[in-house]
Design a binder for this molecule. Structure first.
Ligand code: GLY
Length: 371
């Protein structure tokens, strides 16, 4: 079974990736539960499709395994749903020797991971991501948290899971929009990794069909290995981990200026990647032609991003108040070429404005489905 190991100072954990591997989950859980009780939290949409089947497998590990279903969607990353999880766990008399599993997309793993980090000062946990975005990004690296009315992910903790288990069979029932959103994050990795990811991603997309479990498993493994390496070197995002924000400065600003949920996170990241490429060319570390293949890739997927009316001034205001701003200004992740990312805090506001306008022009031309 292909495994990627996240190696941290505090310990290591595997990311298991494959197609049709769900039978390997119970033994993996068993190794971690070590006789404790199992508490499993499911995303509601996933539960309706596959939950009972999966839960009966987990009952083989712990026949007392208890489940709770979390409403799907960003609204669940809230203090009120978190409180319901605390009450459930404490009413059930969870102890520090028990084990929590989050089964769902990024919302479920962020929320349940944070509950695991803070209940009884920390309960061990594992993640079974069921969206492509969850598999390549949200489930890896221990960022957990909830939203606050002041902004997204503003309350949280680093709390590393004991395993991440990705079976691409779960992606077969995912809506095309969610596959595209996950591919948006994989395009980000292509920017960070260069040819190692560009070539397999281009050949995957050339097939036209967005879901192929075995081939997707390869893209997920490459993405997970890239993230695992970066997180191992910079767990707390002091330096290199910021590279994982390629495309996210504009992406987050698009999400917040539109209102959360109008575009999926990965869709906004795709547009943000176009903006990051524009910015890279305008600040001149990159020659346009060194990024042309990468631009083609982004442009192709942008055609699947639904049309929304994005206001340039609101977007620029959201960039201005970005929570990742440091005293020196906002750190932009730029590309010299694919595989050569770097961080720059010295980007003039006039250039940012020009890049944003170019990004919105491109979106107006390419933005596809009227979902
Ligand atoms: N999603 C970016 C990170 O985990 O650092």
């Amino acid at each position: 079974m292909p495994e990627i190991i996240v190696k941290l100072k505090s310990g290591r954990y595997p990311i298991v990736v494959g197609s049709g591997i769900v039978r390997w989950l119970p033994p993996l859980v068993e190794r971690n539960v070590e006789g404790g009780r199992l508490f499993v939290f499911y995303d509601a949409q996933f539960y309706a499709l596959h939950g009972r089947r999966l839960h009966s497998q987990l009952k083989r590990v712990d026949r007392r395994a208890t489940e709770m279903v979390i409403p799907s969607g960003e609204k669940s990353k809230s203090a009120s749903v978190l409180n319901r999880i605390y009450s459930f766990l404490l009413d059930e008399k969870i102890s520090r020797s028990d084990f929590i599993i989050a089964v769902g997309g990024g919302v479920t793993s962020d929320l349940v991971g944070y509950a695991a980090a803070t209940t009884l000062r920390g309960i061990r946990w594992g993640v079974v991501p069921t969206t492509l975005l969850g598999m390549v990004d949200a489930s890896i690296g221990g960022k957990t948290g909830i939203n606050h009315r002041a902004g997204k992910n503003l309350i949280g903790a680093f709390w590393q899971p004991r395993f991440v288990f990705c079976d691409t069979d779960f992606l077969g029932t995912l809506a095309v929009r969610h596959l595209v959103a996950g591919l948006g994050e994989i395009v980000k990795y292509a920017g960070l990794m260069g040819e190692r990811m560009l070539t397999p991603l281009e050949s995957y997309l050339a097939r036209g069909d967005l879901y192929h479990g075995r081939r997707l498993a390869r893209l997920i493994s490459l993405s997970a290995a890239c993230k695992a390496d970066i997180v191992a070197r910079d767990e707390r995002e002091q330096s290199e981990r910021m590279l994982l924000n390629l495309g996210h400065t504009f992406g987050h600003a698009i999400e917040s200026s539109l209102g959360y949920g109008r575009l999926l996170h990965g869709e906004a990241v795709l547009l943000g990647l176009w903006g990051a490429v524009e910015l890279s060319c305008l600040t001149k570390p990159a020659r346009r032609n060194s990024l042309s293949g990468y631009r083609d890739l982004i442009e192709g997927l942008m055609q699947c991003v639904p049309k929304r009316k994005i206001d340039a001034d609101r977007l620029l205001e959201a960039v201005r108040i970005d929570k990742k701003r440091s005293r020196r200004g906002l750190n932009y992740v730029l590309l010299e070429r694919p595989g050569r990312p770097f961080i720059s805090a010295a980007v003039r506001p006039s250039i940012v404005k020009e890049a944003v306008r170019a990004m919105l022009r491109m979106y107006a031309v390419t933005g596809g489905a009227n979902a």
